[in-house]
Design a protein around this ligand. Sequence first.
Ligand SMILES: [Zn+2]
Length: 456
Amino acid sequence: MNQYGTAIDWSMIQNVAETDAREGMELLTWKMTFTVTLLGILPSVVLGYSKVQYPPIKGHLAQILGSVLASLVLAGVLLFLLYKGLASPLREHRELRFLLTPTNYIQAVNGYFKRKWASPVVVSPLGTDANKGVLWAKSSRRTVTVIIVGETARSMNFSLNGYSRQTNPLLANQQGLLNFTQVQSCGTATAVSVPCVFSALGRHQYSSAKAQGQEGLLDVFKHAGFDVRWRDNNSGCKGVCDRIQFEDLSKPAPGDPLCNTEECYDEKLLRDLPELIRSATKDLVIVLHQKGSHGPAYSKRYPKEFAKFAPVCETSELAKCSTESIVAAYDNTILYTDFIISKAISILEQSNTEDGVDTALMYFSDHGESLGEKNMYLHGAPYVISPDEQRHVPLMLWLSDSFQTRFRIDTRCLAARRDQEFSHDNVFHSALGMLAINTAVYNPKLDIFNACKHEQ
Ligand SMILES: [Zn+2]
């Protein structure tokens, strides 16, 4: 909490429960060890060895109860006298309770388990009526749709969105790239945003329990007859890919040029992708889940060639680094993501021209990141008080020409919507709309493509 300005609510406990060892290890620093030793272990040892004189239980109990009662009365009187001054800050800054130790983590742990154990998870089917609409009948060409789920990439550090540093040198020159500048995420942490964005619930209806109890977008694709795969270089798909093929690419193999000793770079997600596309027999949807810009060790997320901005913060202890060096390391992760998206598009361009496959790509990030603004770092702030940096995410589309023609997509119309306000709520319905899938769960009002389809 000291180092990163973190507030502890139930979703932060969920983050703790659902993370993996590697992610956790990055937070175990020497400073952390020192702090825990100095403020936790040493006082406990002193207490352990000190001799306590316990008075007889009867009188002692009365004494304790008396002092608790007196304290409560005193607190009540103070609250009454000062209520006017306290009421509005307490109501407007509900986040204060997430900062008050130890009630914050006691409440948070309680809240987490209450949600987790709420009811046995029975997954109800969704969109079982899904089928490929009339536009599909006119061509026998296969389709491949790649959905890249970014990690911790915030919109404002993309030069495509007006950032002063050139963090998108490749995508800036990408023909036909559609970039949306005003997109809000569903949550501020992976454990919320990823299940939410693939669910049909939308942010206001979303809860972890509801999302777990209902199939999502990838299941609807499956019902419509697609082969659906999830390739992961993050800490799993948070339940989203439970019923489809899952491939964990995050574990480094010795000598793998796309990995360091601890983890793999996102380029590994693209390995064998051309072959995978070529050998597929059905229409394919492939989700690539990036490690992206996950902090605090930003400088570990990209190979050396992408260290364009310098000097960079090389430690997880952000307090030891200047804001400039933290931002420089973060910007290098965006530069690397620029390369990843660009390379994925090249692969899809090639499949389109050489293998006759109708290809499309969608990219969005799960949430943003604080890099010291308002003295906040990382992400995961309770949504109501979360800063724009943690919620404002990039969204991009690329559609091969034959894909556009086949599904009658008017890209000029889409390009004109670039500065409109969208959110993760649009992803579910837009993905269905883009691929012309008919189902009762599709809501055209939330489909970015709906207003942008040619009549003929
Ligand atoms: Zn995330």
